[in-house]
Design a protein around this ligand. Structure first.
Ligand code: NAX
Ligand code: ADP
Ligand code: K
Length: 513
């Protein structure tokens, strides 16, 4: 699914109107009726007081339409016009007239108006600002928003939580509506997925409003969602006459005294992701535990006892993932940089491989083109420097991926993959995955997929998707707190089974939270 920009939303609007030959208010009626239907299906006529707060643009127009339908269905409704500007939109005015036709006169709020009393058992419809917000709300509007947030009432926001911009972080987070549910039109917005802005609407749903399918197909999006639908386009089921050589040889290099487990997790995850052969390369101290623990994995040791002091030459047929639990001592730094210099084919770089590169920025050019880097936010900061906010972070990540011709996988609640000027936002995963070793599992999975011949970008996208899905399936058995990296590995099988089977109800990726 595409994540559209503001210009693209307005363009989709225009294209829909012209393709169908309908006026704007007809599309508004259709969109807002979907919001009403959603709410009516849940309230079922319950006698709860509903408070509709409308701005004076098209988002406000949506609110007026919802208010009219609520009145027509016998709900108790109070309508407020948040009069922040003299510039009313045409479709807002049309719907204001229609509401008055129902003998319902809204109350106008502006600077100095007393704040309306809202009981905690009420329902607020937030239609103050939509995607048109382009500057901070006036102080009195910000006060109103804070008042709504502290009411304890259930808040349904239309299209956007009012006060949240589409493309930047709010100046004052207290002046953004905290939506219990957000019903957004046509496509999700990038802000739903960023830590600083996603908190205003953790639960959201996309409403299809019959937008022009031709435009939706051709719009070139800077960001795309990574979901089942997308990864199935390049997932390759196994073929009957294949053999283990068909599925490649993954070499996982890393580990140090006390951190051999990181390599064990990655190697096991590479196997569970389908690599034909897996070798783990560890310093001497890792030999016995790995051999005893993972009978399917071949173990190669390097001369150091507790850390790598040399790294092996890699055969052309092997695909490498390196860095987990490796350490950053002087000898490891030297061994790693010398090894990287010799690599010509894409590798996966994680954890201490990234930390070493951060200590030697002049050696970043040694990264083979098409390599995959999997930093968590701390490692990313060491690589690209600090960022001002989440949008600055995206920019820096895009620039870094472009400059080093690599695929940058920035891990987080919504892991984002950056490559060739584009961003991909993962939709799977849960807070249970914030647990030791889950990143090592991801590295192993991506290495295993690379070994099977997936293009690096495909391996990264399929890897993050399946990793998150395995985490979700694991958490459905263990709950968040008890989820472990080992449990995620155990659930990879189910994630693959699901990928080839029919879609489940929670896999459409038109909802979040
Ligand atoms: N396809 C679409 O684009 C559709 C859009 N619809 C609704 O239209 C909304 C967009 O409507 P608008 O473009 O009229 O914008 P909004 O209703 O979000 O905002 C109204 C206007 O307020 C002004 N403004 C921005 N920030 C302000 C501030 N801080 N203080 C005072 N005024 C400010 C801007 O000029 C803006 O156009 C969407 O979010 C959605 O709810 C729907 O009616 C259905 C279809
Ligand atoms: N709140 C969250 N929601 C979804 N996924 C998460 C969350 N927190 C962490 N993860 C995932 O868990 C993994 C953690 O990786 P990392 O921080 O490298 O862990 P470790 O170093 O312990 O292996 C990443 O893939 C990340 O996307
Ligand atoms: K809104």
């Amino acid at each position: 699914m595409k994540i559209l920009s503001r210009e693209q939303f307005y363009e989709a609007d225009r294209r829909t109107l012209s393709a169908e030959g309908i006026p704007g208010e007809a599309l508004m009626e259709r969109a807002a009726t979907r919001v009403f239907d959603w709410l009516h299906a849940r309230l079922e006529g319950a006698p709860v007081p509903v408070f509709v707060f409308c701005g004076v643009g098209n988002n406000g127009g949506d609110g007026l339409v919802v208010a009219r339908h609520l009145l027509d269905h016998g709900y108790t409704v109070d309508v407020f016009v948040v009069d922040y500007s003299q510039a009313r939109s045409e479709d807002f005015l049309t719907n204001l007239k229609r509401l008055k036709g129902r003998k319902k006169w809204p109350e106008y709020l502006d600077q100095g108006s007393p704040l309306p009393e809202i009981p905690a058992n009420g329902v607020i419809i937030d239609a103050i600002f939509g995607i048109g917000l382009n500057r901070p709300p006036d102080p009195w509007v910000a006060d109103l928003i804070r008042h709504l947030n502290s009411s304890g009432a259930f808040v349904l926001s239309i299209d956007m939580p009012s006060g949240l911009y589409l493309h930047r972080v709010p100046e004052d987070p207290s002046a953004v509506v905290g939506a219990d549910v957000l019903l957004t039109f046509m496509a999700p917005k990038l802000v739903f997925f960023l830590p600083q802005t996603g908190v205003f609407a953790e639960r959201w749903e996309v409403l299809d409003i019959g937008q022009d399918p031709v435009y939706m197909e051709e719009a070139e999006a800077a960001y795309n969602l990574v979901g089942r639908e997308m990864v199935r386009t390049f997932y390759r089921p196994r073929t009957k006459f294949s053999h283990k050589g068909t599925y490649g040889h993954a070499l996982v290099l890393g580990g140090s005294h006390g951190k051999i487990g990181a390599v064990a997790l990655a190697a096991k995850a590479a196997l569970a992701s389908g690599a034909g052969l897996v070798t783990a390369c560890v310093p001497e101290c890792g030999y016995v535990p790995l051999q005893a623990q993972l009978p399917e994995v071949m173990v190669l040791t390097t001369p150091g006892f507790s850390e790598h002091t040399e790294l092996p030459d890699v055969g052309a047929a092997q695909v490498c993932g390196i860095g987990m639990g490796m350490g950053t001592g002087e000898p490891v730094q030297k061994a790693f940089l010398a090894w990287l210099e010799k690599m010509q084919t894409p590798v996966l770089l994680d954890a201490d491989a990234l930390n070493i590169l951060s200590l030697h920025p002049a050696d970043l050019h040694r990264i083979p083109g098409g390599s995959i880097l999997t930093p968590h936010p701390g490692e990313l900061k060491r690589l690209v420097g600090p960022w001002k906010d989440d949008f600055d972070k995206l920019e820096k990540a895009l620039v870094f991926a472009g400059a080093h011709k690599c695929i940058l996988v920035v891990k987080g609640a919504h892991t984002m993959v950056f490559a060739q000027g584009k961003g991909y936002v993962n939709t799977t995963g849960n807070p249970g995955m914030a647990t030791a070793g889950s990143g090592d599992v991801l590295s192993g999975m991506i290495t295993g997929l690379l070994a099977q011949g997936y293009e690096p970008l495909q391996a990264a996208l399929l890897g993050v998707y399946l990793h998150g899905r395995a985490g979700d399936l694991g958490a459905s058995r263990t709950g968040y707190e008890a989820l472990t990296a080992t449990e995620i590995i155990s659930s990879i099988s189910q994630a693959f089974l699901e990928l080839s089977g029919p879609a489940g109800p929670d896999q459409k990726h038109t909802a979040g939270g």
